[in-house]
Design a protein around this ligand. Structure first.
Ligand code: NAD
Length: 368
């Protein structure tokens, strides 16, 4: 049998990006060795380092390398050095947004996972989450009010100014994100909660009608419920585990996924996948996989960053873009067992003696 080859582009970026990326690549190499597949990747500049080396946060060669690959493993970009640049040239905006657009990354999948051993990392009371948190938030990423036209500021004849953003959704955009939610729920508790504001917004009325029809026709065995976004924000803080898979449009998802990140504790543990509209050579979606956190300039270069989010992002890449779900699950359980055993970096230490990025990575490797 021929060994599958995972061809992906590595974009470590700035700050702790290259440090935690090294850990993820070590884990991928070990997983490939033990599970019998090959890795084929090249590393390219993105973000601040790309501005320094090539004069732009997203050089053409980086985009071309991504286009040739089946997935993108992304670190994080930005930092104090580039903060004075005009907003449109800032590393995050100038690198991530064009990548999302170029590869039509329409579905942001964020597992909200808090291990029972780390409940103290959450601002929620222990009694609300005695067994940790295990939910998934799925956000539509390329439509809605962030992209709708017209989007403009204008001066009225009487001298006042007004500004307009347009929220727009089409049925096909709603159906394709609903499909991601259904497929995700199928691997978990088979429950989906669609979040909208159908009591006020016309786009939400279309969203709710489309989602209801889509699930009835395509996924009648998945339990679908609906919730208004203001209630969802409250319920997430009150009892997050009432959800299995939450899914919603772009702006609501921006806010809810950040709320979910906060209740799950350290940024160093949170992975994410942004799935594209096109399939890769393996018949799976092209995707960009990255930790939820940023470049952590306060700890960059010290070798103490938590590599788990980057490693878990690599596991998501294996699952979603290469169909290697069993290997992904093995990596996830190695991370979980390691953290459970008390081998932890400073951000999740809670009474244990903090270890370095490399030592935590070694401990994960020893469990693979
Ligand atoms: P941040 O996520 O970088 O850091 C916030 C806090 O979380 C810091 O105390 C940091 O030390 C800690 N933290 C984050 N990841 C960690 C890890 N893996 N291990 C241990 N601790 C970790 O957010 P910030 O300080 O607001 O932003 C710093 C820079 O990162 C900014 O330039 C920002 O624009 C950029 N940023 C980039 C992305 C991205 O590339 N997607 C996302 C967010 C922020």
């Amino acid at each position: 049998m021929t060994r599958p080859t995972c061809k992906f582009t590595v974009l470590p970026g700035d700050g702790i990006g290259p440090e935690v990326m090294e850990s993820a690549l070590r884990v991928l190499a070990r997983a490939a060795e033990t599970d019998g597949f090959s890795l084929d990747y090249s590393t390219h500049d993105v973000g601040g380092i790309a501005i320094d080396n090539h004069g732009t946060a997203l050089p053409e060669a980086t985009v071309e390398a991504c286009a040739q690959a089946d997935a993108i493993l992304f670190g994080s970009v930005g930092g104090p050095k580039w903060e004075r640049l005009p907003p449109a040239e800032q590393p995050e905006r100038a690198a991530l947004l064009p990548l999302r657009k170029r590869f039509e990354l329409f579905a942001n999948v964020r597992p909200g996972l808090l291990y029972p051993e780390l409940v103290d990392a959450s601002p929620l009371k222990r009694e609300r989450i005695p067994h940790g948190i295990d939910i998934v938030c799925i956000r539509e990423l390329t439509g809605g009010i962030y992209f709708g036209q017209p989007k403009e500021r204008r001066r009225l004849p009487d001298g006042r100014e007004e500004a307009i953003d347009t929220m727009v959704y089409r049925t096909d955009e709603i159906e394709r994100i609903a499909e991601v939610a259904a497929v995700t729920a199928r691997t978990r508790g088979k429950r989906v909660c669609s979040v909208d504001k159908a009591n006020v917004l016309t786009t939400s009325v279309l969203w709710r009608e489309t989602v209801t029809r889509f699930f009835a026709e395509k996924h009648p065995d998945i339990a679908l419920s609906h919730m208004y976004v203001d209630n969802a924000a409250m319920q997430l803080a009150r009892d997050p585990n009432q959800f299995d898979v939450l899914f919603t449009e772009n702006m609501f998802g921006d806010i809810l996924s950040d709320e979910m990140g906060v209740i799950c504790g350290s940024l160093g543990m949170l992975a994410s996948a942004s799935l594209g509209a096109a399939d890769n050579r393996h018949g799976h979606p092209v995707g960009l996989y990255e930790p939820a956190g940023g470049t952590a300039p306060d700890i960059a270069g010290k070798g103490v960053a938590n590599p788990c989010a980057q490693i878990l992002s690599a596991a998501l890449m294996l699952r979603h873009s290469f169909g290697l779900g069993a290997t992904a699950a093995r990596i996830e359980s190695a991370v979980r067992e390691t953290v459970k055993s008390g081998v932890r970096t400073g951000d999740i230490a809670f009474g244990t003696e903090p270890v370095s990025t490399a030592a935590l990575t070694d401990a994960i490797l020893s469990r693979l």
